[in-house]
Ligand binder design. Structure first.
Ligand SMILES: [Zn+2]
Length: 324
C-alpha cells in the first residue's frame, strides 16, 4: 500500500508543507506563515496544527503515514535534529527534532534546507540520480548542497558544502556569518543589487542609473534584463558575480568531481545567459578532466525541491521507496 510522507521545508517567511507518496507524487501542498516573534517559538506548533487539520480534512490516519522529513535554514545537526542557528527564524540551539517528537511517534528526519533541495533535484529534478552533484540556489542568498558518492555531505558538525560561505573577495562586504566577502554577498540577488547601487553612485549618468530613477526600485532581474539587452555595465556586474560563483564551484568541483552542477533559485531564471558565464569560468578555473565530464544545468523543481527532498530522506532512511 502507498504510504504518505509529511514533508516540511521551513523558510524565513513561510513553511512549505507537502503530503507526498512514496513515488514522490505531491498529493497536497500548502504554506504556513512563519511566525518569527518570540524567537520563533510558535513555528512548530503552527505547522503541526495545520498538518493535523489537513490530515483530518483529507481523512488520512496516522497509520498511513511513513514519517516526517523536515528542512530548516541554517546549520543543522541531522543526527540530533538540533538547529545550531537559523538567524531568519530567531532560532539558536533549537531542538527541532525533539519539539516534533513531543507531538508524534512518527520517525522524524531533519536536514538543512539547501541539502534537501539538492536531494530533491537529484531524485526527481535535473540531477537524475547523479552519484556526485553540486546544487546551488541563487536567491536573496546563496544556498548549496553537495552529494558525494551518493550521499549528502554533512561533515563533522553539519557545516559541509556551505559554498555560499566560501570567501571569494577577502576585502568584500560583510556577510551575515560575520566574515567578509563570502560568495553569498556577491552571487545573490542582494549582492547584485548592491553592486549596481555602488556603480550608480559612481556613474550617475549611466543607463542603469536612469533605469533606477524611472523604476524607483532596482531588482536583480532588472540588471539581467539590461545585460541581455546589451547594457555593458550590467553585463560586467553580472559577469563578476557569476565569475566568482564559477570560481567557488570550480574549487568545490575539484574536491568532489561531480557529473552535474545544478543552479536554481530566482536568479536562475536568467537561463542560458547565466549558464554560459558560469561555464566559461568553470573552464577557466577547474581541470579539463573535471569540467569536460560535468554538465551544468538549471534546476527543475522550483519551490518544490525542498519538500521533494524532505520526502526523499524519509524514503532513503526507511528504505520504503515505491516503484517509479
Ligand atoms: Zn558568510
Amino acid at each position: 500500500m502507498d504510504k504518505t510522507i509529511i514533508a516540511i521545508d521551513i523558510g524565513g517567511t513561510t513553511a512549505k508543507i507537502g503530503l507526498i507518496n512514496n513515488q514522490g507524487y505531491i498529493i497536497e501542498k500548502w504554506e504556513v506563515h512563519s511566525d518569527i516573534s518570540n524567537n520563533g517559538e510558535n513555528i512548530i506548533d503552527n505547522i503541526w496544527n495545520s498538518i493535523l487539520e489537513k490530515l483530518s480534512d483529507m481523512e488520512i490516519n496516522q497509520d498511513e503515514l511513513l514519517g516526517i522529513g523536515i528542512g530548516a535554514p541554517g546549520f543543522v545537526d541531522n543526527q540530533s535534529g538540533l538547529v545550531y542557528e537559523a538567524v531568519n527564524l530567531g532560532w539558536r540551539m533549537f531542538p527541532l527534532k525533539e519539539k516534533l517528537r513531543e507531538k508524534t511517534r512518527l520517525p522524524i528526519f531533519v536536514e538543512n534546507d539547501a541539502n534537501l533541495a539538492a536531494l530533491g533535484e537529484n531524485w526527481l529534478g535535473a540531477g537524475e540520480n547523479a552519484e556526485n552533484l553540486i546544487a546551488v540556489t541563487l536567491g536573496t542568498g546563496v544556498g548549496s548542497g553537495v552529494i558525494a558518492n551518493g550521499e549528502i555531505l554533512n561533515g563533522f558538525n553539519g557545516t559541509a558544502g556551505e559554498i555560499g560561505h566560501v570567501t571569494v573577495d577577502p576585502q568584500g562586504y560583510l556577510c551575515n556569518c560575520g566574515r567578509n566577502g563570502c560568495l553569498d554577498t556577491i552571487a545573490s540577488a542582494t549582492g547584485i543589487v548592491r553592486a549596481v547601487e555602488a556603480y550608480i553612485e559612481e556613474h550617475p549618468d549611466a543607463r542603469l542609473a536612469e533605469w533606477q530613477r524611472r523604476k524607483q526600485v532596482m531588482e536583480a532581474k532588472d540588471v539581467f534584463d539590461m545585460a541581455k539587452k546589451g547594457d555593458e555595465a550590467s553585463h560586467r556586474i553580472i559577469e563578476r558575480a557569476l565569475g566568482l560563483l564559477g570560481l567557488a564551484l570550480a574549487h568545490s568541483a575539484s574536491v568532489i568531481n561531480p557529473s552535474r552542477i545544478l543552479i536554481g533559485g530566482g536568479l536562475s531564471k536568467a537561463g542560458d545567459y547565466l549558464l554560459a558565464i558560469v561555464n566559461d569560468y568553470l573552464k577557466k578555473y577547474a581541470l579539463p578532466r573535471i569540467v569536460d565530464t560535468c554538465e551544468v544545468k538549471l534546476a527543475k523543481l522550483g519551490n518544490d525541491a525542498g519538500i521533494i527532498g524532505a520526502a526523499y530522506i524519509v524514503l532513503h532512511k526507511t528504505g520504503e521507496f515505491g516503484q517509479l
